[in-house]
Design a protein around this ligand. Structure first.
Ligand code: C5P
Length: 206
């Protein structure tokens, strides 16, 4: 069984995908991490994330980079959303994601285009979303935990900019697949969101 979990940044899709993987005993791939690794590699190379050739070269990042804690930073998230615009970058990362989706027994993948491009045949597709304000508040709380001091307003502006880039890009824009179930987590706590997602998957399999 393939479960596709898509949605914008800080919507809760990562938490939900991880919980679904644990609940249904499936392996999980956070595909955003691949784009983050490309973004980080471009920066390490001192190259330009907006240049398609520089960004494509960075898709040859070493696997060890996936363990770099810097990948989780807001800065790397911004770089990821810039390199992810280039079709050549998306193509270079396609096979790796496809192979993960196709493994025997199935998998859970989360990202932006899993239900639309990477695994359109997924048995269950969830599109997890929440208001920009709710997402910015969650990100802000996460940052407080990591003792990072960023203004809520700054985070909200950054999230809105990233949404815009992800939604407006030509290639594999962020959008719900027509057969995806939309789960709005604005008013839900973490446990409620996970429970709603498990229920949605079970309903989708009936
Ligand atoms: O999900 P996460 O915030 O880690 O993703 C970082 C960026 O990578 C996103 O803003 C998006 O531009 C890009 N991305 C993508 N397609 C995916 C996963 C992430 O374009 N499947």
């Amino acid at each position: 069984m393939i479960i596709a979990v898509d949605g914008p940044t800080a919507s809760g899709k990562g938490t939900i995908a991880k919980a679904l993987a644990a609940h249904f005993g499936l392996p999980h791939l956070d595909t955003g991490l691949l784009y983050r690794a490309v973004g980080r590699q471009v920066a390490l190379d001192g190259r330009d994330p907006d240049d398609p050739t520089d960004a494509l070269a960075a898709t040859a990042f070493p696997d060890a980079l996936l363990l770099d804690p810097q990948l989780r930073s807001e800065e790397t998230g911004g770089l990821a959303s810039r390199v992810s615009i280039h079709p050549a970058v998306r193509l270079a990362l396609f096979e790796r994601q496809r192979a993960f989706a196709e493994q025997p027994g199935g998998a859970v993948l989360d990202g932006r285009d899993i239900g639309t491009v990477i695994a359109p045949e997924a048995e269950v597709k969830l599109f997890v979303t929440a208001s920009v304000t709710a997402r910015a508040q969650r990100r802000w709380l996460e940052m407080q935990d990591r003792e990072l001091d960023l203004e809520l307003r700054e985070i909200e502006a950054d999230i809105a900019a990233r949404d815009k880039r992800d939604i407006e890009r030509q290639d594999a824009p962020l959008k719900a697949a027509p057969d995806a179930l939309v789960l709005d987590t604005t008013e839900l706590g973490k446990d409620e969101a996970v429970a709603a997602a498990i229920e949605a998957v079970e309903a989708g399999l009936r």
